[in-house]
Design a protein around this ligand. Structure first.
Ligand SMILES: *Cc1c(COP(=O)(O)O)cnc(C)c1O
Length: 399
């Protein structure tokens, strides 16, 4: 079938909340994607930081297929082995005490917010307690997650949202301090802001927030949905800062394409909710947990953390060189490991489109002026070289 026919059919049926690029992907292999016309693309977007192990990992595919033939679903009224296996591996990697599996990142955030509320309720706090979140954050699209997403543009059409959310400036400890009071029950933030433009927390900031939470018996809740799962060069980005959250959320790369998320808690936060407080029909079912368990096993076996440190440093060097060659056009470079961003002086839309359509390079933006590099974590140096070459051509075409 012709590409345009697919696009026409899609636009006929799919609720239009996205402006999609005119490409219909069909299959993938390693760090490459193939469209329905058989063209090959180099992928530096990983389905928005999801495909950590790349496409078509045989061991992972075999594990998922075996589970398909065994048992897809049973509900949380019973136990299942893949959930135990995935849970044990996730707790070991994170040093947290308890895990709850969800179907998405947004739902993991909902769970974290419910822990914060339950924690406040258990302490007997008045119902006007507050949660501090960050400006330019992103936590998801449900009404709860949207309430803590510091973006007026996303929030405005859906107001009123959850009350008593206070927004501080990310990486500005004084602004957090100024919002703290006896009403504060939790602080929620991404360890590295993703959608907001790839801003890693500074060590001073994250340690300071941890200390403020300790002083006020408030929960530190870190959103690791995008920056977690080895992407920053630590299994979870907070592990690179020497602080530990009370609650954290993961999703994206956890299932390598199979929809699964989780919220994890430790200490008092791990027992704040009790039976009856929270639930999910699909969450943690055998199919998705078989994938997550195998993903976690493969991350360890392949030393993905070590690989990200090595390739992340190489990507850093190459993007710095690219920036130097395009002074005034590329004006900033931020990130850690394999979550990096280049800030441009002008909107990056034309460059991203050229890269995709002319250079067969999949890149995604984060805000209007930032190109975000979140490739499969298994990329090699040669892939970085090839990406820079194609990006530079796309850049010259757009100038
Ligand atoms: C993607 C993302 C979410 C939302 O996850 P979904 O799986 O899309 O619901 C939440 N927080 C961060 C930091 C994200 O990057």
């Amino acid at each position: 079938m012709e590409k345009q026919q697919y696009i026409d059919r899609a636009e006929h049926v799919l609720y239009k909340t996205y402006n999609r690029f005119p490409v219909v992907f069909d299959h993938g292999n390693g760090v490459h994607l193939y469209d329905t016309d058989g063209q090959e693309y180099l992928d530096f977007g990983a389905g928005i930081a999801v495909m950590g192990l790349g496409y078509g990992n045989q061991e992972l595919n075999d594990a998922v297929k075996a589970q398909v033939d065994k048992l897809l679903h049973i509900s949380n009224l019973f136990y299942n082995e893949p959930a135990i296996e995935a849970g044990e591996r996730l707790l070991k990697a994170s040093e947290m005490d308890k895990v709850f599996f969800t179907n998405s990142g947004t739902e993991a955030i909902e769970g974290a917010l419910k822990i914060a509320k339950r924690y406040a309720y258990n302490k007997g706090m008045a119902p006007d307690y507050e949660i501090i979140a960050m400006k330019h954050s992103f936590h998801g699209r449900s009404l709860g997650a949207l309430s803590v997403t510091g973006n007026d543009h996303y929030q405005e059409p859906f107001a009123p949202l959850i009350p008593n959310i206070r927004f501080a400036e990310f990486n500005n400890l004084d602004s957090v301090k100024a919002l703290f009071s006896e009403k504060t029950c939790a602080v929620l933030m991404e360890t590295i802001q993703g959608e907001g433009g790839i801003y890693p927390a500074t060590e001073e900031f994250i340690r300071g927030v941890r200390q403020l939470c300790d002083e006020h018996d408030a929960l530190l809740m870190l959103d690791e949905i995008q920056c977690g799962m080895a992407r920053s060069g630590s299994m979870f980005a907070w592990q690179g800062y020497g602080v530990k959250p009370d609650v954290m959320t993961v999703a994206k790369a956890l299932g390598n394409g199979v929809p699964i998320g989780a919220f994890l808690a430790c200490g008092k936060a791990a027992t704040a909710m009790v039976p009856g407080d929270h639930g999910t029909t699909y969450g943690g079912n055998p199919l998705v947990c078989a994938s997550a368990a195998k993903v976690l096993e493969l991350f360890e076996k392949l030393d993905i953390v070590g690989h990200v440190q090595e390739i992340g440093a190489y990507l850093w060097e190459k993007l710095d060189e690219l920036m130097a060659r395009h002074e005034g056009v590329i004006v900033g470079h931020r990130g850690k490991g394999l979550i990096q961003g280049l800030e441009f002086a002008c909107p990056v839309g034309p460059v991203v489109t050229n890269a995709l359509l002319e250079q067969k390079l999949v890149l995604i933006s984060a805000g209007a002026k930032i190109i975000r590099f979140v490739p499969p974590l298994v990329i090699e140096k040669a892939d970085v070289d090839e990406m820079v070459k194609r990006l530079e051509t796309a850049l010259q075409m757009a100038e």
